[in-house]
Design a protein around this ligand. Structure first.
Ligand code: NAI
Length: 257
């Protein structure tokens, strides 16, 4: 399959964070397949290159930008490079995120771990939107999708920081959506269930037993595929979803139903 010269997003530019792996990579590729020029932004330079190579093999156009979403100067520089390379910004998928390293009940939760998780998973989304929005406004509108989680909908035991950050992403998404609804920027969130990515491999230990435990929590009887989140992100960015404002779209095989 090659990229589509007459794709839904031909002539458009998509900025994707956390695009070196998993959900971000699948979404970067999905945008490229639909003709968008893609900015692959991640702290993993090697992973960035691999995503770009895949897109180029499909006949698409992408650039790799090393970007730590917790660093203002990185975010600004990555967006400067976006404009330099492609001249505009239409869509942003603010997806970079990290999983907790040390599960613990709230009173025993380490401050440092709290800061690390909230800094990337919530403040990183804020920083990206802060600098993306003016660029999207400049050319008349577009769409932003932020990655929350099932942990943005329900509580997760022993995971106060991740749960709070992902709930925070939904609040931030709603607030920003109201700020810019009248200016033609649609801002929504996705809430994935268990998705088969490198993050999930770390979570399960990559063992059959670990994977089976996770799958047992999924009413649908399997993990989701990164492409199943990517297709929802593309839909939220499409004209078909133009009346969807500040929504948190749960894509989780029934996990939180
Ligand atoms: P992943 O670990 O496979 O990929 C995440 C990417 O984000 C990596 O390439 C990593 O280098 C990058 N990243 C981490 N910190 C960064 C930073 N400070 N700046 C820029 N890039 C950074 O993870 P996956 O599974 O693809 O997750 C993507 C998002 O989806 C995350 O926000 C995660 O919390 C969320 N999510 C994932 C679920 C799953 O089951 N895999 C479930 C629900 C939410």
């Amino acid at each position: 399959m090659t990229t589509n010269e007459n794709g839904k997003y031909t002539g458009k530019v998509a900025f994707v964070t956390g695009a070196a792996n998993g959900i971000g990579r699948a979404t970067a590729i999905a945008f490229a397949r639909e003709g968008a020029h893609v900015v692959v932004a991640d702290i993993s330079e090697q992973g960035n290159q691999e995503t770009v190579r895949t897109i180029e093999e499909l006949g698409g156009q992408a650039i790799a930008v090393r970007c730590d979403v917790t660093r203002t100067e990185d975010v600004k520089a990555a967006l400067d490079k976006t404009i330099e390379a492609f001249g505009r910004l239409d869509y942003a998928f603010n997806n970079a995120g990290i999983e907790p390293r040390k599960p613990a009940p709230t009173a025993e939760y380490e401050e440092e771990e709290w800061n690390r998780i909230v800094d990337t998973n919530l403040r990183g989304v804020f920083l990206c939107m802060k600098y993306e929005i003016p660029l999207i406004l400049k050319q008349g509108g577009g769409a932003i999708v932020n990655t929350s989680s099932g942990a943005g909908i329900i509580g997760i035991k022993n995971s106060p920081a991740y749960t709070a950050a992902k709930h925070g992403v939904i609040g931030l998404t709603k607030s920003a959506a109201l700020d810019y609804a009248a200016q033609n920027i649609s801002i929504n969130a996705v809430c994935p269930g268990y998705i088969d990515t490198p993050m999930m491999d770390r979570f399960t230990g990559g063992t059959d037993e670990g994977r089976a435990k996770v799958i047992a929590e999924e009413p649908i009887g399997r993990m989701g595929k990164p492409e199943e989140i990517a297709s929802a992100v593309l839909w939220l960015c499409s004209d078909a979803a133009a009346f969807v404002v500040g929504h948190a779209l749960v894509i989780d095989g029934g996990q939180t139903v």
